[in-house]
Unconditional design. Structure first.
Length: 619
């Protein structure tokens, strides 16, 4: 491998010590951060044998313009520094949590005499207690709504003296214990907030036991209103706990982690099990995972998630062994305050079943997220901008058309035209073309006929508009981007049609080859291969798949209809006019047979003799 002189000088002087290395591109942007026990050996390995590197790493090396490093005292220090640098720079070639800076937490302001409970996006060392991170602010608000009904904490900004004359409305509707008027003292209020924290940790049994004792004491002292209030609180806790499924006989606090992957993204599902109960679960999306092994993705998730996790359990269950098992376990021990943390990869039994359950949930979650893509405006915009840049277009292709051909051994050939606008399908604009001039299985000629008819319809639409007529909307606009399914051969036919009709320069053309997802452009021999994690590629694939689906559907419909027509041709008294009328009215043999004599007689040209003939021939 040819190494630039400036990089060779850096490689020659790297230290033989543990630390982190930072790769920068020509603009000075950090594109990758890594750690090493031996900086010289690790960094040099990137530049020694290109054939041993995967595609993503080869791309990374091509963009390295400068290398910086930071020496530390141990592998553990390197691990911690690596995580902080990735969080700070979010390098392009690192696996990283998506939008991790925006994850919310529940914050209990424990340092205050009368702690409040709020939502925050940043943990600071201010004596507060934190719970999270969560992936949904909406879910956090729902959790707090439940908590407030069980533990009515204050939410106002009053200075709490206990001497206010009146409480606010929240006290009247039992959503605040009103320390402002002295309805609860500081010790009792802090006990309630401590119970709230225990509740979030899944420790409900001690709370309920103590509350039952307090309820009985209040009843013995004839303080029935207080006893009733505590009873309601116990019932509210029980109602929530009922929904916390007991899924483990083991009382060890555990986080169960599993993963699903698709299209360059990874979805990690994490189950929070406390005292054998599933008290919550979250999913996280990681990006930059293309070409990375599953174990590497899981390892990076552990490091980034537990860097910001409010709590670390005594056990973490994983779907597979990870290379950094020992050092991550050592680091988690420090995060837990020196208490032992064990990372396990269960091969059977209850732990294995829990990991499988998390994996199944990860698959379902990732599938649901992909289905939401169509309504995700941000991703659509990202995809269109990626195509604009990749295809060297001046503007994003806001109207994309794609054509595909479907036939059975050259018979009943149909071309489909699907239309995507602003990145989503506009099915009202879809059209199909029954191929009329091509005999036999000639997809190239069929594509040429379909495109010719499509663009002649556009020319006709312009003439109709000029004379005040309303044209078919499907053909009244030219596409910003026309994709033909089939690679170079189909693209050459598209170019011919565009040139023959004098539309050169008015439509951007591309051909998509299915096998390697290569994209070809007119007059260019080398194809474009979009990155596998690219939203632009995902959009192109969706457009292509939709054109293929619509072509097959149209072909089957034509084949079925022609089969019906041939059966009607054999019926005595049915000629072309009557056949067409029956097909238009009923659409299938089954519908014709199910129709009453009166319904059949309502069709033009159908009399009693024809009806009898239909019944006899088609039954």
């Amino acid at each position: 491998m040819d190494i630039p002189a400036n990089l060779q000088g850096i490689l020659d002087n790297l230290p033989l010590k543990p630390g982190c290395y930072i790769y920068k591109n020509v603009e000075g942007t950090v594109i990758y951060v890594g750690k090493a026990i031996n900086l010289r050996n690790r960094v040099r390995s990137y530049f020694q044998n290109e054939n041993r590197l995967d595609f993503k790493t080869r791309q990374l090396v091509k963009h390295i313009n400068n290398i910086e490093w930071i020496v530390v005292g141990s592998e553990l220090e390197a691990l911690i520094l690596e995580m902080n640098l990735i969080k700070r720079y979010r390098p392009q070639y690192n696996i990283r949590l998506k939008d991790d800076k925006r994850y919310p937490y529940i914050k209990v302001h424990w340092a205050d005499p009368f702690p409040k409970v709020t939502i925050t996006r940043q943990m600071v060392q201010d004596g507060s207690r934190y719970f999270g991170p969560y992936t949904s602010v909406w879910a956090v608000h729902q959790t707090l709504d439940v908590l407030r009904r069980i533990f009515p904490y204050l939410t106002c900004d009053r200075e709490i003296t206990g001497k206010d004359l009146r409480a606010c409305l929240y006290h009247d509707i039992k959503l605040c214990t009103a320390p402002c008027i002295g309805a609860i003292d500081e010790k009792s209020y802090r006990q309630m907030i401590d119970d709230l924290c225990s509740f979030l940790h899944g420790r409900t049994d001690p709370i309920v036991s103590r509350l039952k004792k307090e309820m009985n004491t209040a009843a013995d002292d004839l303080m029935f209103e207080k006893a009733a209030s505590i009873r309601d609180q116990i019932h509210a806790i029980d109602k929530v706990v009922e929904k916390q499924k007991v899924i483990s006989s083991d009382q060890v606090d555990s986080d169960v982690i599993a993963m699903a992957r698709a299209d360059g993204e990874a979805c990690v599902q994490i189950f929070f099990i406390r005292s054998g109960k599933l008290i919550g679960r979250e999913y996280f999306i990681l990006e930059g995972t293309e070409e990375a092994k599953d174990a590497e993705v899981v390892s990076q998730f552990l490091k980034q998630f537990y860097t910001d996790a409010a709590t670390v359990p005594s056990r973490v269950l994983l779907p597979q062994e990870i290379e950094e098992h020992r050092i991550i376990e050592e680091w988690l021990n420090t995060r837990r305050g020196g208490e032992k943390v064990r990372i396990d990869v269960p091969a059977k039994g209850e732990g294995f079943d829990l990991v499988q359950m998390a994996a199944n949930n990860a698959v379902e979650t990732l599938s649901a997220l992909r289905n939401q893509w169509q309504s995700d405006t941000n991703r659509q915009t990202e995809a269109l901008n990626e195509l604009r840049q990749a295809f060297k277009m001046e503007e994003p292709p806001n109207r994309i058309e794609c054509f595909d051909i479907s036939n059975t051994q050259g018979t009943n050939s149909v071309a489909s035209m699907v239309v995507f606008e602003q990145g989503v399908p506009n099915k009202k604009m879809y059209r199909r073309f029954n191929i009329q001039t091509v005999e036999g299985p000639d997809d190239f000629a069929s594509m040429e006929e379909a495109l010719t008819r499509r663009f002649k319809r556009w020319l006709s639409a312009q003439e109709q508009t000029e004379v005040g007529k309303k044209p078919d909307e499907s053909f009244s606009r030219l596409p910003d981007l026309l994709i033909v399914d089939g690679g170079k051969g189909q693209l050459s036919r598209a170019v011919k049609v565009i040139e023959d009709l004098g539309l050169t320069g008015m439509v951007s053309l591309a051909g998509l080859a299915k096998q390697e997802e290569e994209i070809f452009f007119p007059y260019q021999s080398d194809p474009l291969v979009l990155p596998r994690h690219s939203q632009g590629l995902y959009l192109v694939q969706r457009v292509r798949d939709e054109a293929h689906r619509f072509a097959i559907t149209a072909h089957r419909a034509r084949r079925t209809k022609e089969g019906l027509a041939s059966r009607l041709d054999k019926v005595k008294g049915i000629g072309p006019a009557r056949r067409k009328a029956l097909l238009k009215q009923f659409g299938s043999i089954e519908n014709i047979l199910a129709a009453s004599d009166e319904q059949l007689a309502a069709v033009p040209g159908i009399n009693s003799d024809v009806i009898n003939s239909l019944r006899a021939s088609l039954d």
